[in-house]
Design a protein around this ligand. Sequence first.
Ligand code: HEM
Ligand SMILES: *[C@@H]1O[C@H](CO)[C@@H](O)[C@H](O)[C@H]1NC(C)=O
Length: 453
Amino acid sequence: MKSLTVFLAALQSAAAFPAVMESLSKRQSNTCTTSAKCNEQYEVTDADIGYNPNAPTAAQIASAGRNHCGNLVPCTLFSAAEQYVSTSGANAFQSPKSTDLRGPCPGLNAAANHGYLARNGVQSLAQTITGLGQAYGMSVDLAGILGAYAIAFDGDLVSMTWSIGGPQAKLGAIDSGQGISWSHNKYEGDTSISRCDAYINNGDAHSLSPTRFAYAYYEGLEDDRLDMDKFARAFAKNTHRSIGQNPYYFAPLFSTTLVSPAAYNFVIAMMSNHTADQPGGYLNEDMFKTFFAVTGDYPNYEWHPGQDRIPDNWYRRPSAQPYTATTGVFGDLLSEFAAYPDSFRFGGNTDGVNTYTGINIRDFSSGLYNAQNLFEGDNFACFVYQNIQQGLPDVLNANPLVTAAVTLLQKQFGIAFSAISCPAISEFNNNNLPPYPGRSYSPNPPSNAPQNC
Ligand code: HEM
Ligand SMILES: *[C@@H]1O[C@H](CO)[C@@H](O)[C@H](O)[C@H]1NC(C)=O
């Protein structure tokens, strides 16, 4: 896939950015064994990400003012009957069988464990859309894009299905898709909430690290509440941590630049509990642990693989105010990147050159976008949309089955992005990508090395 790469490789480019030098100086071998120890070893401070609680910037104040449902479509409605998510009967929790597939996404794992998605872990597009709407209030367009992308890049093109975990059983003579557990750099990216970067964990980016889980929850420890702003900070800090810890850190446009930070927002937007008093929702440690299959108390957590659940007596966001691709995902990414620019590192550089890599956005987009206008209006959404569209035929042209998958994905993108109008772009130029080592790193099953990191 042609994609914009945002990657820090050399000390030389880090020298332009003192905070990163700081992270690098903390870099040590990955030998920590307990949460408290790892988190001390890799501590990134508020100051490291440009946050002073006593003097937040205007963008940080705006970020902190966000509703749990997202800043562009805050939830204002509450109907207990409509928003209650059943965890009994057909939707009772069941641990996955040994043949059922589970992977790096707690939202999907929990939905499958409650029968909102197929319990065996293999999903069609229709199932994906219906199940995630029912369980979480994810919009049809967003579930449609995420599902179609999973089918096209990690799925089985014969049955047009995809796996929420590792590879599906082989169908006939053709290898089925790898599933999202093994989609490093395609779907799965570095800088996850609770999963280690693939490279520093022997390729395993789907198992939960209790250490990282504690690191994320730390932001909400004081008042037992997580919110959009706290998790935006957690992402910025984890970005420093990845850069400091992982020599193969790599941030392709879709996986690490879009999916990873969006997942932090997904926790708040789709795992919060909604009440008549707080139609916007709230999220505490209990719910966070339940969804992520974790027990214990900060900072000493234990992970129970495959046991991700939807809490009992839990109310999702209203169907009438769903989390969408444009207003939801991009709306929140823009707030987050504006408040904590380190999470999308164009370093405040106004000429379009990424401070870290020397990559020039302007060159990628034939002059259309630059670092100044990338986050204005719909530009970032357009940039991503156009970049992915341009890349599609390239990725898939070797396989005769791909036409259907490409068509499906194009259609889903078209639906989701129909509300925004993007300027015409002549071509994306990805020919000058520097040869970063993380770009070609591609772990394969069955490596399984849950570790604290
Ligand atoms: C078709 C829909 C979806 C797809 C294809 C999908 C895919 C993924 C993938 C590939 C990852 C790994 C990304 C990484 O490396 O960090 C991930 C992580 C995550 N997803 Fe999903 N996801 C979907 C829906 C959801 C929903 C509905 C929720 C919330 C209710 C959710 C919450 C999360 C969270 C919280 C993570 C981060 C996990 C961690 O780092 O510990 N996802 N998802
Ligand atoms: C969610 O909120 C409702 C009130 O609307 C409350 O009764 C319930 O206990 C809460 N659920 C969880 C999981 O905290």
